[in-house]
Design a protein around this ligand. Structure first.
Ligand code: AHR
Length: 504
């Protein structure tokens, strides 16, 4: 059997995990809202029309923050239409997805839902078809105490206390030609600078996310980041990153290598932020908000057909990727990559949360159920809080067609000092061979193994359905630790969560 060595030490600190790295995203898109989180006629609906079966699955993950209301949707979002008495709200054409938005669920409903889910809100403003004034009005509605036009409007709508939303996105994917109101980098640089300046005058306590490139493949990357940050550097706190991967070529080895590209993307954006910092002679550090990441490719044809041939429906089934086992490995790899960069990645949103490229699915007249990718996300959010330690790895490698030789094991360790727990997340992305990991947790020699959670499957294409869960985690046998050392088997193509706690 192949062998690898891993040394974990308290001294190998990368940084503290900001819990917002386990954020997610609800966009007014497809069935995310209607028949997703909100369905008043569903048998589990609460007094607000929120599906309790969905809320339970969301709460199990403990999602700290949810981005809203888009995505591409935000670029023609008229927030005023989404508040006030429901029967008076106007239906609107959503240009991003060519659907009809009934506005029976809006900003105030989402704020209520978030409170129930135990999540904070990451709110986006429309810098596509609107601008500074509307962003300011929305912020005033959400965060101002009262005694002004929009804060009084909120109070009139039944919400006395401000929502105090702390995190705001300055538009969405403004570099993309598909974006309604798409901007050049100079146009976006100026607009975001002035919007940020005005918003911070209303509420200096907020944090702002400037739009970065829509993916690593954008022709304007990384010039977009450098140019736009040169305009808005003094007013913004984070720059956004978005990236989706897929296995359209049906080459699983190469697919799982793509998390290495994600790591390179992160490192390039960090360098670009620091380059602008140098130009500005600034002491301020811009951190990263990876506010859209996931696997997205299974549903592309269906989505093109609906948006092109069947427009203006309310909540059609858009972007309903049905994830398989290898997608769960990919999501695990992406989570590890985010954690490895925890010193600079402070926010990340799995895009999205319910029905739309989502870990949680619903049947309109039935149950909510977990996709394969639900599990790595759940494990990371539950056990990945604390300080990231970078393990030293003597790895093994295998060959891929497009990425050359890549490491078999991709891993990161999180130490929760308060709970006295150490968790190793590891994917063995070698699809053919198990591997023995000789583990040395030298500075944790008074720890014992608590559990080893494993997800593996002989069929990389295995999926879960509403009727049957075929892909789910199981427990491997615990290994004894002697002198801080243990040998652990990482099965071929497996997601592993190896947890230790202090001997009491
Ligand atoms: O998450 C789906 C879409 O992907 C979002 O609306 C957009 O921002 C991105 O292109």
């Amino acid at each position: 059997m192949k062998k690898a060595k891993m040394i974990v030490d308290k001294a190998f600190k990368v940084g503290d995990v900001d819990k917002r790295i386990y954020g997610s995203f609800i966009e007014h898109l497809g069935r995310a809202v209607y028949t997703g989180i909100y369905q008043p006629e569903h048998e589990t609906a609460d007094e607000n029309g929120f599906r309790k079966d969905v809320l339970k699955l969301v709460k199990d993950i403990d999602v700290p923050i949810v981005r809203y209301p888009g995505g591409n949707y935000v670029s023609n979002f008229f927030w005023e239409d989404s508040v006030g008495p429901i029967e008076q709200r106007a239906k609107r054409l959503d240009l991003a997805w060519r659907t009809l938005e009934p506005n029976t669920f809006g900003l105030d409903e989402f704020a209520k839902w978030s409170e129930k889910a135990g999540s904070d809100i990451m709110m986006a403003v429309n810098l596509g078809t609107r601008g500074i004034a509307d962003a300011c009005n929305l912020l005033e509605y959400c965060n101002h105490q009262g005694g002004s036009k929009y804060s009084d409007m909120r109070i009139e709508h039944g919400r006395k206390d401000p929502y105090n939303i702390k995190l705001w996105c300055l538009g969405n994917e403004m570099d993309g030609s598909w974006q309604v109101g798409h901007k050049t980098m100079d146009e976006y640089g100026r607009l975001s600078e002035e919007t940020a300046k005005a918003m911070k005058l209303i509420d200096p306590s907020i944090e702002l996310v400037s739009c970065g490139s829509s993916s690593l493949d954008m022709p304007t990357f990384p010039k977009w980041e450098a140019t736009t940050l040169e305009y808005n550097y003094d007013y913004v706190d984070y720059i956004s990153m978005h990236q989706y991967y897929g296995n359209a070529a049906n080459n699983s080895n190469d697919y799982l290598a793509k998390s290495d590209d994600m790591d390179k993307f992160i490192k390039s954006v960090i360098s670009t932020c620091d380059y602008v910092k140098a130009i500005k002679r600034s002491n301020k550090k811009i951190n990263l908000s990876f506010d859209e990441w996931n696997v997205w490719f299974h549903s592309k044809e269906q989505e093109n057909d609906i948006t092109t041939n069947h427009p203006w429906q309310i909540a059609p089934p858009l972007l309903e990727d049905h994830y398989n086992f290898e997608d769960a490995l990919m999501v695990g790899l992406m989570l590890i990559t985010l954690l490895k960069n925890a010193d600079r990645v402070k926010i990340a949103c799995l895009a999205q949360l319910v029905n739309v490229i989502a870990p949680i699915m619903t049947e309109k007249d039935g149950n909510a159920w977990r996709q394969t990718i639900y599990y790595p996300y759940l494990h990371a959010s539950k056990y990945g809080r604390g300080t990231v330690l970078q393990p030293i790895l003597e790895n093994q490698q295998h060959l891929t067609s497009d990425h050359g030789m890549i490491d078999d094991i991709v891993s990161v360790t999180v130490y929760n000092e308060e709970a006295e727990e150490l968790t190793i997340f590891a994917v063995n992305r070698n699809l053919d061979e198990d591997l023995e990991l000789n583990l040395d947790i030298r500075s944790f020699d008074d720890y014992k193994m608590k559990e080893h959670i494993v997800m593996t499957n002989n069929d990389l294409k295995a999926v879960n359905t509403p009727e049957k869960e075929n892909v789910y985690p199981v427990y491997a046998e615990n290994e004894a630790i002697s002198d801080g050392k243990a040998n652990i088997i990482l099965k071929k193509a497996s997601w592993n969560v190896i947890r230790f706690n202090k001997n009491k």
